[in-house]
Design a protein around this ligand. Structure first.
Ligand SMILES: C[S@@+](CC[C@H](N)C(=O)[O-])C[C@H]1O[C@@H](n2cnc3c(N)ncnc32)[C@H](O)[C@@H]1O
Length: 296
């Protein structure tokens, strides 16, 4: 799993940041690091993210962050859960802003640990803006977004020469308005949708309305990079029914486009790996046949 921090004892590039050097004479001002935790497997955080975490005074984390990462913070660090479960009342975004500002104003080095990348459908931008407005210094440590990691872990390249040269990442919460015409993202060769499980049927309807063919290869990747991960593959129009029968639960990422058909054709990526702690399972349907049986 995660290797011990064997870095030599030198000042890391970003910790503390230039803006809050400790030699200013007065009390040490706090700082917030908006750190991407990666898509799920705790090994997929960046080295810099892990180093920040291991030196944090407080960790404010989201629901999808792996517990093994939270355990990486020093034993004395404060651990604050700001997770929001879809469809349930939880900590509001404003409360999260207040918590971050208060902890930083108390002089703490705060790691705000968010799933994937903080600035991809993660409200990291809002948190950064709130910190700036409160005069709190912050830095962002990018993370591996599930938008790219989930397809990759399932063996689906988002671009492939001669097959797809562009991709768009959208949210499944996207409120399609037929009167608004065809959005620009619809012309991308590959479409990736996050937060798509709750309204997969409506989203697929919308993609069909926007011109995607009913037999466009589509995949839904559940719990990518985590134990028990599944990849469902079906023609676009049939994917919602398959997902319902398979009981797919969030988190899951939808991929639509010809690249999905490359999955498996590339070969080696589906072999078990000694380097990862997860082993994806696949539920496949022939791409041009109606779905009948779901292997489990
Ligand atoms: C609120 S968005 C946050 C995205 C995050 N900032 C990122 O860059 O990955 C949460 C959505 O990310 C996707 N997601 C996160 N973790 C995932 C995983 N392990 N497998 C598949 N999809 C995942 C799902 O679509 C989920 O609903």
């Amino acid at each position: 799993m995660i290797a011990p921090d064997s870095a030599p004892a030198r000042a890391p590039v970003m910790f503390p940041p230039d803006a809050v050097a400790e030699d200013a004479g007065g009390p040490r001002p706090g700082v917030v690091y908006l750190v991407g935790a990666g898509p799920g497997d705790p090994d997929l955080i960046t080295v810099l993210g892990l180093r920040c975490l291991r030196r944090a005074d407080a960790v404010v984390y989201d629901r999808l962050v792996h517990p093994a990462l939270i355990a990486e913070a020093p034993a004395a660090a404060l651990r604050i859960d700001c997770g929001k479960t879809p469809g349930r009342a939880g900590v509001t975004q404003e409360e999260t802003h207040r918590t971050l500002v208060e902890l930083a104003r108390a002089g703490l080095a705060v790691v705000r640990l968010k799933g994937g990348d903080p600035f991809v459908f993660g409200r990291g931008g809002e948190e950064a803006a709130a910190l700036t407005a409160a005069g709190v210094p912050w830095r962002v440590v990018p993370g591996i977004s599930s938008a790219v990691a989930a397809p990759a872990a399932a063996g689906i390249p988002l671009t492939h020469r001669g097959v797809a040269s562009s991709f768009a990442v959208i949210t499944g919460h996207h409120a399609g308005d037929p009167a608004a015409g065809v959005p620009e993202w619809a012309s991308a060769d590959t479409i990736v949708a996050l937060m798509a499980v709750g309204r997969l049927g409506e989203l697929v309807e919308e993609l069909l309305r926007l011109g995607k063919a009913a037999d466009t290869p589509a995949a839904l990747i559940e719990r990518a990079t985590l134990p028990g991960s599944r990849t469902l593959v079906a023609p676009l129009a049939e994917l919602p029914a398959l997902a319902e029968r398979a009981g797919v639960r969030p988190p899951a990422t939808l991929v639509v486009g010809a690249v999905v058909a490359l999955r498996g054709a590339l070969g080696a990526e589906l072999q078990p790996s000694i380097l990862t702690s997860f082993e994806p399972a696949q539920i496949d349907l022939p791409l041009n046949a109606p779905s009948e049986v779901i292997p489990t």
